[in-house]
Design a protein around this ligand. Structure first.
Ligand code: PLP
Length: 447
């Protein structure tokens, strides 16, 4: 592997200064897991061990690590122009990337606003939704509807519409005027589903109840992950997303798909919107947009949304949307994004994910009868293995499993008592087998 030599000593032995995100800092610092190299399907740890990447970094390195084309594109861009201002100025890469993305996105999702992360994409999408109605003279539509167990990043907007309790409870009352649909996970009805579960489409009717409660004239948008990933892979029930779209249409509510994880091939199609043939009004993305080489997010909107802003602003010199980031369409991110989209296309990676999905499904469900397992669910190149929680110690068993998998050379994510698997789309059949073999061994050994 042409990765950097693993370092054996840290420049400093002091791990204290870095307050790590979403991490048990004290546990980590007593038993650090440091990665120093990455290529293809593997990381290299500080100890020089190869770690099979079962989660594409964090659901983001869809084309595999260290892709030469992307590395070269970023290097070439930084040599030519490091940064260009994002407001009232532009550079060619931003326009090229938006145009390329628009051709990849289904329907008339033709305009893209750039951000630097999924969280920023979500907050941007929520602001656009509220401002859209106001631009059309429908300014009473301000309520936002999210869903229980949803993850929409960590901005105040995102945690307000999100539904993961631990991410919300410490941060006060959050945004006003937010309500939540019920989540779709019901192990009694759906355990061990392969692909979309048959039960649960009727849960979309919660939106009708919210219309009845709040009146449609107060509701701006509903936001969902087409497949809820971070909460432990909740696959949409058959007919559920169709029903949400239909209810939104009926009541003039914007539908936002948060595709930060489902975008760029994860479900075996460019986007979940493409896979399920449902066009949301607004679609967020990030992660796989640049193969995670440089941070970047995007918010795509349909023509009618963009046109409403252009029409409402009047005078051509007027700014249509008072929103943006210093690093919106950063030149390095755009270079990475353009090269990434080329890699996806040249290697046919979205189709490859679709082709490998049945193999992946079989391998995941080989754990149906494994020790501690109470559910296995999957779609595309994504699977969840849900474990019976230890009595009085929820989440401990999955965290132990995560640590043991790492010791055996496999990187996963754990969330609650669920292990999530979502490898780079370049994974081979042998590597798929190895991922689930290691998990099987660990579950066998674990108490
Ligand atoms: N939305 C969804 C659906 C996500 O899965 C995530 C991250 O996992 C985010 C938003 C937040 O993205 P970021 O961590 O880049 O802010």
């Amino acid at each position: 592997m042409s990765v950097a030599e693993p370092i054996t000593e840290l420049a400093t032995n002091n791990l204290e200064a870095f307050w790590m995100p979403f991490t048990a800092n004290r546990q980590f610092k007593s038993q650090p897991r440091l990665l120093v190299g990455a290529e293809g399907m593997y990381y290299v740890s500080r100890e020089g061990k190869r770690i099979l990447d079962g989660i594409a970094g964090m659901w983001c390195v869809n084309a595999g690590h260290g892709r030469r084309k992307i590395v070269d594109a970023v290097r070439a861009q930084v040599e030519v122009m490091d940064y260009s201002p994002a407001f009232q100025m532009g550079h060619p890469g931003g326009f090229e990337l938006a145009a390329r993305l628009a051709t990849l996105l289904p329907g008339d999702l033709d305009h893209v606003f750039f951000t630097n992360s999924g969280s920023e994409s979500v907050d941007t999408a929520l602001k656009i939704a509220i401002a859209y109605h106001r631009a059309r003279g429908d300014g009473t539509r301000q309520r936002l509807i999210g869903r229980e167990r949803g993850y929409h990043g960590v901005g105040f907007g995102g945690i307000s519409v999100g539904g993961m309790v631990a991410n919300r409870k410490s941060f006060g009352p959050l945004l006003n005027g937010v309500d939540h649909l019920r989540h779709t996970h019901n192990p009694e009805k759906n355990a061990f589903s392969r692909g979309q579960p048959a039960w649960g489409a009727h849960l979309a009717d919660d939106l009708e109840r919210m219309v009845a409660l709040h009146d449609a004239s107060t509701i701006a948008a509903v936001i969902v992950e087409p497949m809820a990933a971070s909460t432990g892979v909740l696959v949409p029930p058959q007919g559920y997303l169709e029903r949400l779209r239909e209810i939104c249409n009926r009541h003039g509510i914007l539908l936002i798909f948060d595709e930060v994880i489902t975008g760029f091939g994860r479900l075996g199609a460019s986007f979940a919107a493409e896979r399920f043939s449902i066009i949301p009004d607004i679609l967020t993305c990030a992660k796989g947009l640049t193969n995670a080489t440089v941070p970047m997010g995007g918010v795509a909107v349909r023509k009618h949304v963009y046109d409403a802003f252009m029409a409402a602003a009047g005078d051509d010199n007027a700014i249509e949307l008072f929103h943006g980031y210093t690093y919106s369409a950063h030149p390095l991110a755009c270079a990475a994004g353009l090269a990434t989209l080329e890699v996806y296309e040249e290697d046919g990676l979205f189709a490859r994910a679709a082709d490998m999905a049945p193999v992946f499904e079989e391998a995941a469900h080989s754990l149906d009868d494994a020790r501690h397992v109470i559910d296995v669910r999957n779609i595309g190149l994504t699977a969840a293995i849900e474990l019976e929680p230890r009595p009085d110690k929820p989440t401990a068993r999955a965290f132990d499993a995560f640590l043991r998998c790492y010791d055996k050379g496999l990187l996963l994510r754990c969330t609650g008592d669920t292990l999530a698997v979502a490898p780079p789309l370049i994974i081979s059949q042998d590597e798929i087998s190895r991922v689930f073999e290691i998990i099987g061994e660990v579950l066998h050994e674990l108490n």
